[in-house]
Write a protein that binds this ligand. Structure first.
Ligand SMILES: [Mg+2]
Length: 231
């Protein structure tokens, strides 16, 4: 007997390899904008400083402390400032370049296509993502992922960001799914897994780095192809 009808996936760091794609786009930026000539020592250092600043600012954005506009305009300004470069205009150009180019990157986690092809035959698949509407759709299109999903719910469209219960309610309603017949798959315990559990959905924690945790979760996988054994 089939227990589930609907499977909801997170996108970034669950299917779409955010770190790899982002690093590739940032390395290109380092060369194209000749940042070495601005006394930024290496693309590795540029990327690592940017990622730290971006992660902190994303937390602020998720918690509603800063707007999308501030997140987008200040993360590069702060990164350049860290290296002693005061150039808001350059930061702006880099920001625009990153937004335009990084979503076109196509690195996915291993077995993403194989697993989604298998699951699509048996379940309705959907996305719940905190990314920006226009950016997330470009990622799905360029990575050829659109074909698998019935509903793509972004936080911008829902008006709420994960872990808010409202975005899960919105997604379930849009997919016409009951929590009891739904499963959420994601890489973030606080953002994807625990709120899904609170909604009465079953959960699969995608934990490729095998991070320690003490939560009680229905399934934990470290590779996407393990889903074909569970589902
Ligand atoms: Mg994620």
């Amino acid at each position: 007997m089939k227990k589930y009808k609907h499977i909801f996936f997170d996108l970034d760091r669950t299917l779409w390899d955010f770190e790899k794609n982002s690093s590739e786009a940032l390395s290109e930026i380092f060369c194209e904008f000749k940042l070495e000539e601005k006394s930024i020592p290496s693309s590795e250092e540029f990327i690592s400083v940017y990622q730290k600043i971006n992660d902190e600012m994303w937390d602020d954005y998720r918690n509603g402390h800063i707007s999308k506009k501030v997140l987008r305009s200040e993360r590069y300004d702060k990164t350049l400032q860290y290296f002693g470069v005061e150039n808001q205009e350059l930061a702006e150009r880099i920001g625009c370049h990153y937004i335009a180019e990084s979503p076109k990157k196509t690195h996915l986690f291993p077995f993403a296509h194989e697993t989604l092809s298998y699951l699509k035959e048996k379940y309705s698949l959907h996305i719940i993502t905190n990314g920006f509407e226009e950016v997330q759709h470009i990622k799905l299109l360029h990575s050829n992922l659109m074909q698998y999903f019935t509903e793509v719910i972004t936080s911008e469209q829902a008006g709420y960001k994960k872990p808010a219960k409202e975005i899960f309610e919105f997604a379930l309603q849009k997919a016409n799914a009951k929590p009891s017949e739904s499963l959420m798959i994601g890489d973030d315990l606080q953002v994807d897994i625990l709120p899904a559990k609170a909604m009465g959905m079953r959960q699969v924690y995608f934990n490729p780095e095998k991070q320690n945790h003490s939560e009680k979760i229905d399934f934990v996988i470290c590779s996407l192809d393990e889903l074909t054994e569970i589902l």
